[in-house]
Ligand binder design. Structure first.
Ligand SMILES: Cc1cc2nc3c(=O)[nH]c(=O)nc-3n(C[C@H](O)[C@H](O)[C@H](O)COP(=O)(O)OP(=O)(O)OC[C@H]3O[C@@H](n4cnc5c(N)ncnc54)[C@H](O)[C@@H]3O)c2cc1C
Length: 477
């Protein structure tokens, strides 16, 4: 079986590894390094940047833990310097190293990688126009045709743009332009208060920038668990962030070397830089899909079934281009499912009711499965318990009391339907709740596993115990 994969992000390269392992002849067509936007522009760079910002947690809490740095006795917050060029070099190097590691893994698995832009000519043929010099006659790139029994489209997404807010990469920035900065902005205006905006706001607040949010709704992170969003709002406020709520940007322009955001209600807000984080759009341009009659939705995303098949039988799609949930883990899961299905393995459709997501603010917000808000909107009955971290011994020792653990269980059975953790390392702490949700464990079962004392994870066990007593009458069977 020959498989041609267009796009080398987690949707594409994870699929390639599965298909090669199953004995298929696999070619990936990608227009940049392997790992895609995820590794080169989005997940890996933004989390590396945030890791530098996390250094401030140690600096900030050290004096209250009795540790003072030389030359700064008694300072509540030690003086610091942010070397943005060094941080950005580290971000860049780390992303490239990660991309190279993936390339090694993929080529070791026997996958052929072709650098270029792919276009689908018919349900079994992809034409590749090489990027770079292409190695063609006279140095001119020569297109190549790749035939496959099946094609997987995993072309990802790009930052959404507004015609009235053209980015210039210097003052008015998209999320990709952030890495060009060599100095911490004096005043960063972030348009869009979703996950991406909140993460960059977290980093640049820590680096000492003044940050203003332009939030179109009455709160930041409007699609997140409301209690979680309120914790982050509170932390942001304490760190000096200003949030303009119910404020829709109508136009963004550069005036001299500053950026000005014009709001729909006539107000304006000005900063040294403006960052647009207004969502992502699926990347289908130039793929030649129109003449294939492939089904897309109103956002232009490829419509797929439970095993990632599009409306054209030999063409599968995975990741952001399907716009289901724009997450690396989802892209990888869709890609693997597609290949197992294609290659004749029995596959279960992806468990959309157990997807994990983290927003890497400080503290982080990690969620899994059903949210309290979604349960209320859809009339699904749930019992909810929320345990603040302030009472957790480890949180006290670390002087990191902001946050909570929230668990949702179905009444009667006590099955865990979802959860949220707001804590420093919520991205890792969500793991036991994810296991419980995926494997449909009960609150009682979750509460009986051992957790380290003292640990943040102890709060998950404690919350599960309280929920089990309430829902199941006892925390034991
Ligand atoms: C700032 C930011 C931070 C994020 N952080 C996280 C996070 O921490 N965790 C998380 O789970 N998700 C995160 N995401 C989302 C995550 O990046 C995406 O969900 C993920 O990259 C999707 O993977 P993919 O394989 O669909 O596409 P991508 O990773 O976008 O890869 C697609 C690749 O295909 C290439 N391509 C496109 N068209 C063609 C063509 N015609 N021919 C050849 N190649 C083509 C693209 O250039 C790209 O290299 C973040 C997103 C953003 C914007």
């Amino acid at each position: 079986m020959r498989v041609v994969i267009v796009g080398g992000g987690p949707g594409g390269y994870e699929a390639a590894l599965v298909a090669a392992d199953q004995g298929a002849e696999v070619t990936i067509v990608n227009d940049e390094g392997l790992g895609g936007h995820c590794v080169l522009w989005d997940c890996v760079p933004s989390k590396t940047l945030l890791t530098s910002a996390q250094a401030f947690n140690t600096l900030e809490t050290a004096p209250s833990l009795g540790v003072h740095f030389e030359g700064m006795p008694g300072r509540e917050v030690p003086r610091y310097e942010v070397d943005l060029p060094t941080i950005m070099t580290r971000v860049h190097d780390l992303a490239l190293a990660q991309s190279e590691d993936i390339a090694k893994q993929v080529t070791a698995a026997g996958v052929r990688v072709v650098l270029g832009r792919g276009r689908v000519l018919d349900p079994h043929t992809v034409e590749v126009r090489p990027t770079g010099d292409g190695g063609g006659a006279g140095g001119r790139p020569q297109p190549e045709r790749l035939e496959g029994d099946a094609i997987l489209l995993a072309t990802g997404s790009d930052p959404r743009r507004m015609d009235t807010a053209p980015t210039d990469g210097e003052v008015i920035l998209s999320s990709k332009d952030v890495y060009k900065l060599r100095q911490v902005p004096e005043h960063l205006v972030v348009v869009g208060a979703g996950a991406t905006g909140a993460e960059y706001a977290t980093a640049f607040l820590r680096f000492g920038a003044q940050v203003t949010f332009v939030a179109s709704r009455d709160r930041i992170l409007p699609t997140q668990d409301e209690d979680a969003a309120l914790v982050i709002e509170d932390v942001f406020e304490r760190r000096g962030l200003r949030a303009l709520k119910n404020a829709r940007a109508a136009k963004v322009e550069r005036v001299g070397d500053r950026g000005v955001v014009h709001l729909e209600d006539g107000r304006t807000v000005e900063g040294s830089h403006v960052l647009l984080t207004i969502g992502q759009v699926p990347q289908t341009g130039g793929l030649g899909l129109e003449k294939l009659g492939i089904q897309t939705d109103e956002r232009g995303a490829l419509v797929v079934d439970g095993v990632s098949r599009t409306s054209v039988p030999s063409i599968y799609a995975a990741g952001d281009v399907t716009s289901r949930q724009m997450l690396a883990s989802v892209a990888a899961g869709q890609g693997r499912t597609a290949m197992y299905h294609l290659l004749g393995q029995a596959v279960a459709p992806l468990r959309w009711d157990a997807v994990v997501a983290t927003i890497f603010t400080d503290p982080q917000i990690a969620t899994v499965g059903l949210s309290e808000q979604r349960a209320a909107e859809t009339g699904i009955e749930v019992e909810v318990d929320t345990l603040p971290l302030a009472g957790n011994a480890r949180a006290k020792m670390s002087n990191r009391p902001d946050g909570f653990v929230k668990l949702l269980a179905r009444p009667g059975s006590g099955t865990i339907a979802g959860g949220a953790v707001v804590a420093s390392y919520a991205s890792d702490l969500i793991a036991p709740i994810s296991e419980a949700c995926f494997n449909r464990l009960t609150a009682s079962q979750l509460s009986q596993s051992f957790q380290t004392y003292p640990s943040f994870a102890g709060s998950i066990q404690e919350c599960a115990r309280r929920l089990a007593v309430r829902v199941q009458g006892s925390y034991r069977y």
